[in-house]
Design a protein around this ligand. Structure first.
Ligand code: MLT
Length: 332
């Protein structure tokens, strides 16, 4: 009997410790965030992902009352940064800026990917989407997309096409374009389209597809020429620039989506805090107007939440698996 009482007391003590432990974790979570949060951007500084992430980070940081530090970890089409992010502690203090390439196409392009986008991450919120512009230097001999396509068809692999590496959105769109126009380019991979654009302006490469938010200042400043847009309709920010779908390539659309993912195991209360901060930012017209004025499409609030963003990530994985298989691309 005494033995049984001791066992019961020991069990009761164990439960008390467990309850106290659970309470301590909850306290840490309910104070979230009580220090700076890091967002890993898997591309170089100055590129479109970096630019969108920094704009959103600044506004979300205001809502959170803590700084957000952007840590650029570029390489291998963004998969190096994704691998690093997947291995961080799931406490909400390190988050990942994932996109169409790293979270949807990469599993079908790399044989030895060190992370699984769906198993190792949970979606937090989706950023606005950004269409692309087909860009050449302002003194390029090509005045229209048709002229460029004709030259590419006549001279296979002669024209150099800058991308942000295998599986990046600039690479996926470029492969899609090459297949559509039945031409061969020589793809030149960079650690982001920021450095690729520097080389485009410097004359080291001939052409690239980059997102409108970073293309805009260079086109407005006369350093680059936009031959066409990959959006559904023309954009007032790019006066006189046609879309590819309206003339040369009906049905050809391309845009980059991205958003914040947390390592799997991140407490749901943390995800809720981050989502609410972003929804508050989206309700601020000066913030959304600033994005739109940079050529970025602001999505409706119900599309950006974790549930719809998770469904969207899964559907994009299925889409890119199909596209990559149908294009006969062998994973590397
Ligand atoms: C891409 O092409 O996938 C990225 O948007 C590149 C970048 O952000 O530099």
């Amino acid at each position: 009997m005494v033995g049984l009482t001791k066992v019961i007391l020991r069990l009761a003590a164990g439960v008390a410790v467990a309850v106290a432990g659970a309470g301590a974790v909850s306290a840490a979570e309910s104070n979230y965030p009580n220090r700076a949060v890091t967002w890993i951007v898997p591309f170089a500084v100055g590129g479109p992902t970096d630019a969108v992430a920094r704009t959103v980070a600044q506004r979300v940081a205001t809502e959170l009352g803590q700084s957000i530090i952007v840590d650029n970890v570029p390489g291998a089409g963004g998969t190096l940064g994704a691998t690093r992010a997947a291995r961080t502690k799931p406490d909400g203090y390190t988050l990942f800026v994932g996109h169409i390439g790293t979270m949807a196409a990469a599993p079908y392009l790399f044989n030895a990917l060190n992370y699984d986008p769906l198993r190792d991450f949970v979606p937090v919120f989706r950023f606005p989407d950004t269409p692309m512009a087909l860009l050449v230097r302002s003194d390029s001999p090509f005045k229209t997309a048709s002229e460029l396509f004709e030259a590419a068809r006549k001279n296979p692999e002669k024209l150099t096409f800058g991308t942000a590496g295998v599986g990046s959105s600039s690479h996926l769109a470029a492969e899609h374009l090459a297949a559509t126009i039945k031409a061969k380019f020589t793809f030149v991979p960079y650690k982001g389209t920021g450095p690729a654009m520097t080389d485009l302006m410097g004359g080291q490469i001939d052409v690239m597809l980059d997102q409108t938010n970073v293309a805009l200042p260079q086109v407005q400043g006369g350093r680059l020429k936009a031959l066409a847009l990959t959006s559904q309709s023309r954009m007032p920010l790019f006066p006189g620039v046609p879309t590819l779908t309206e003339r040369e390539l009906p049905g050809f659309l391309a845009s980059t989506w991205y958003g914040i993912y947390a390592p799997a195991g991140t407490p749901s209360v943390v995800i809720d805090v981050l989502r609410e901060a972003y929804l508050k930012a989206l309700a601020d017209k000066s913030f959304t107007d600033g994005l739109k004025n940079n050529g970025i499409d602001v999505l409706a609030a119900d599309q950006v939440k974790p549930g719809p963003f998770g469904d969207f990530t899964r559907s994009e994985q299925a889409k890119w698996q199909r596209v990559i298989r149908d294009a006969g691309i062998t994973p590397q």
